[in-house]
Design a binder for this molecule. Structure first.
Ligand code: CA
Ligand code: CA
Length: 327
């Protein structure tokens, strides 16, 4: 959740955007790619069918900050070893799978009934590494609603009334985008009745729209967008804007002062993202280094608009981005 406080909001904030849902009630698994074992849709649920290892993924590899909610039914545990996995920011080209020695590049949440632990793990091309063991017993033969939220490099897990977080950093691989996956492992290879269902993936906005903009020479106000990225970089866009040059900039406070033909929405030690950009097709775009930013920043775009007369320049509205969100 963003910590932005919209002091001067004129445009509506973004709502929750659903990226993907599947309740399997249509009886098929269209949109899923199985990389290990077999999965079947049985009685409106997605089930690993036999075998020791089962893995399947779905989604768009450009997904960055998102929340995955899924019903997980824990089947009969295998006394010799079993776990289910929810994977996220999975690189679908890395042959993701459920094994310890899996080469897939991905983040994984799993439950291990032998140790009664929830485990946060990553796969990195030559195996997997556990970064967090969270002791918590889950009853078998029960369905749980699992929520995994990944914003920047912070993962927050909610299940069974508990919640914990971990921030990937330092020597961890930093995967900024990727699809979701589901996995199941049973040493004995018997069908233990496990399944997943009611999967919802929703966009977690790092930024909220604030302040306002005025009509340009194109006859409508220009807006700024956060188009994706993670903790270390972000791509910002502005449209529709005249095909002139402009500069994205940001500051730590929100203002609303007359500025050119529009408003200055950003204050507090303004930083210009150089070099300036030139809009084409009435769109401007820039990738900005966010590495050193923490807390809240307000982003806006300044652009020349000679055809409009007046001050010959204007601005977009602003985005309030919370770089501590999820932390
Ligand atoms: Ca389907
Ligand atoms: Ca269902």
């Amino acid at each position: 959740m963003s910590g932005c406080v919209a002091l001067l909001t004129f445009a509506a904030s973004f709502g929750q955007t659903t990226l993907f849902t599947d309740d399997f009630e249509d009886g098929d698994d269209d949109g899923w790619t199985v990389t290990q074992g077999n999965w079947d849709v049985i009685e409106g649920r997605y089930r690993p069918v036999g075998g020791q290892r089962n893995y399947s993924y779905a989604g768009d590899p450009t997904w960055s900050n998102y929340r995955v909610e899924v019903d997980v039914y824990l089947g009969e545990p295998d006394p010799t070893g079993s776990h289910w996995d929810i994977a996220f920011r999975v690189d679908p080209t890395s042959n993701p799978c459920v094994d310890h020695g899996c080469a897939g590049r991905q983040y994984i949440l799993l439950y291990d009934p032998l140790t009664s632990e929830l485990v946060l793990r990553y796969g990195h091309g030559s195996g997997t590494t556990d970064v967090l063991h969270y002791p918590h017993y889950l009853d078998p033969l029960r369905e749980y609603r699992v929520t995994v939220t990944v914003i920047r490099f912070t993962v927050t897990v909610e299940i069974d009334g508990i919640s914990f977080s971990y921030t990937f950093h330092g020597s961890d691989p930093l995967y900024s985008t990727g699809v979701i996956g589901v996995g199941h492992y049973r040493e004995d290879g018997i069908d233990g009745g496990a399944y997943v269902d009611n999967i919802v993936v929703s966009l977690e906005d790092l930024c909220e729209r604030v302040c306002q903009s005025t009509d340009t020479s194109l006859g409508m106000p220009a807006t700024i967008e956060f188009k994706g990225g993670d903790g270390s970089w972000g791509t910002f866009g502005a449209e529709p804007v005249p095909n002139q040059f402009g500069i994205f900039f940001y500051g730590s406070t929100q203002t609303r002062l007359p500025f050119g033909n529009g408003f200055l929405c950003t204050g507090g030690g303004i930083v210009r993202a150089l070099p300036p950009v030139v809009a084409t097709g009435n769109r401007a775009e820039a990738t900005i280094d966010l590495t050193s930013l923490s807390g809240i920043r307000y982003f806006q775009y300044w652009f020349r608009d000679p055809a409009a007369g007046g001050a010959f320049f204007n601005t977009t509205d602003a985005l309030c981005c919370d770089f501590d969100a999820g932390g």
